[in-house]
Every structure is written in C-alpha cells, then in structure tokens.
Design a binder for this molecule. Structure first.
Ligand code: PGA
Length: 253
C-alpha cells in the first residue's frame, strides 16, 4: 500500500434540493462558518440552475463549486444536456460522475461514466468518480469485483498523468440516505483495496496522490472516526450538507 500527503476534501452533494436563492443563502452562510478551515478543501455541488450564482459567492471564499453531472460532447443538438465548457463558464471546477443515483435511475453505465470522465479531464475539471456496491452485491460477496469493474471501465483509456487530479468517492449504495454507515473497518478495507487497484492499474504516484472520499450517511458525529482511517481523504456528504451549520461541523471535524 502507498502513502501520500493528501489534503482532505469535504464535498457536499445537494442533489435536487434548493432553488437559486436558497442555494445562494446556504453557500453565503457556509462561507462564514467555514472560515478558519484552512487544512481542508471544501466543495459544494448544487443543481445546475444554481451553479453560476453559487460560484459568484463562493469564489470570494475558500469553497469550490462542483456540478452533479456533465455531458461528453462539446456542443450540439443534445436537448437538456450540459457541456464541460458551459460548466467552466459558470465557475465550476469539479464534477461528480457516476453517482449511484445516476446509475440507478438514469441508466448511467461504466461506459457513459468513462466518457464523462474523459470530457471532464479534457476541460481540466476535477472528476469525482463515484463507485459503490449495492446491498445485494455486498451480500453475494461481489463488492470487490463490482468496484474493480467500476474503476477499470470508468477510467479506461486514460493515463496516470491525465488522472493526476482524480478524486474517487466510495459510496456503498446501501449507506446512501439510509442512516446506515459502513463500519470503519469496512471503509478502510475498501479504500485500501481501491488505492491498491489504482496502483496496479496505473502507478504508485497516482495511487498515493488520488483522494478517496467516503460517502453514505456521513454526519458530524461519524466524520471523526472516518477521517482517522489511513485511506480516507475526505467525504462526499448528501443530506447533512444541506444545512450549513451541520455541514460546517463536518468541515471542522
Ligand atoms: P447521504 O448521501 O450523505 O445523504 O447518504 C451521500 C451521497 O449520495 O453522495
């Protein structure tokens, strides 16, 4: 296993919550509360409709803005889709790719995930590649083979140097929005596996640099034990990122 000096990233996934004015209000409050959190990177991923106003506020502070998805074509007749350049023009620097809700409800596959990662990298956006097994896959003993495929297919055709800013988020599907968190030993086991897999698939420079976030019912009262794990480099927080007071307690873990 490789070690590295990785700066923690605490990211909030707002999913389909908040109007423009609510999103701006939330990020404004979060900026006040996040003052002094100088040892972590902070990112929020609002819905597309709030990206621009949120980034205008966030750029005055230490909060980065991420999108929740990206389409791989540069432009064209693709009604309803959003390109990398459009995201960049809204002040976006990060993008969630392959979140399990996208895979589950919107037909995302490892192939479409791969195209999205490629588009993000080509536009110098930081991809946050989400992976994770379902409850059934875990019970059947397939956790590691599922993750192996999601990582290898999701990153196929990309080189270690292209992936230098890659972030991976391990989110067991059964822990998302359920209040069930994976135990610290389960999380460390998977994060260690993912880092080794990245070393074997790419190289040790990438595996020691890649930040691996945990996601799935992260709360102020479990962030400390998660961040204490050797291969946990941050968190992707859904429900508990919607309220700035709660999210700031996670940031100041
Ligand atoms: P949760 O969501 O924190 O509400 O479980 C995490 C996520 O979906 O990214």
């Amino acid at each position: 296993m490789t070690t590295g000096n990785r700066r923690p990233l605490i990211a909030g996934n707002w999913k389909m919550f908040k109007t423009c004015s609510e999103a701006v209000e939330t990020v404004s409050r979060l900026m006040e509360l996040a003052r002094g959190a100088d040892t972590v990177d902070i990112m929020v991923a609002p819905p597309f409709t709030s990206l621009h106003p949120v980034s205008e506020v966030a750029e005055k502070g230490n909060i980065a803005v991420g999108a929740q998805n990206i389409f791989w074509e540069k432009d064209g007749a693709y009604t309803g889709e959003i390109s990398a350049d459009m995201l960049r023009s809204c002040g976006v620097t990060h993008v969630l790719i392959g979140h399990s809700e996208r895979r589950q409800y919107f037909g995302e596959t490892d192939e479409t995930v791969n195209r999205r990662v490629g588009a993000a990298i080509a536009a110098e956006l930081i991809p946050v590649l989400c992976v994770g097994e379902t409850e059934e896959q875990r019970e059947e003993g397939n956790t590691f083979s599922v993750l192996d495929k999601q990582i290898k297919k999701g990153l196929e055709g990309l080189s270690a140097s292209e992936l230098v800013n890659l972030v991976v988020a391990y989110e067991p599907v059964w822990a998302i929005g359920t209040g069930k968190t994976a135990t610290p030993s389960m999380v460390q086991e998977v994060h260690g596996f993912l880092r080794d897999l990245i070393e074997k698939t790419f190289d040790s420079d990438l595996s020691s640099a890649v930040r691996i976030l945990y996601g799935g019912s992260v709360k102020p009262d479990n962030i400390g034990e998660l961040m204490a794990l050797a291969d946990v480099d941050g968190a992707l927080v859904g429900g508990a990122s919607l309220d700035p007071e709660t999210f700031s307690r996670i940031i100041h873990f």
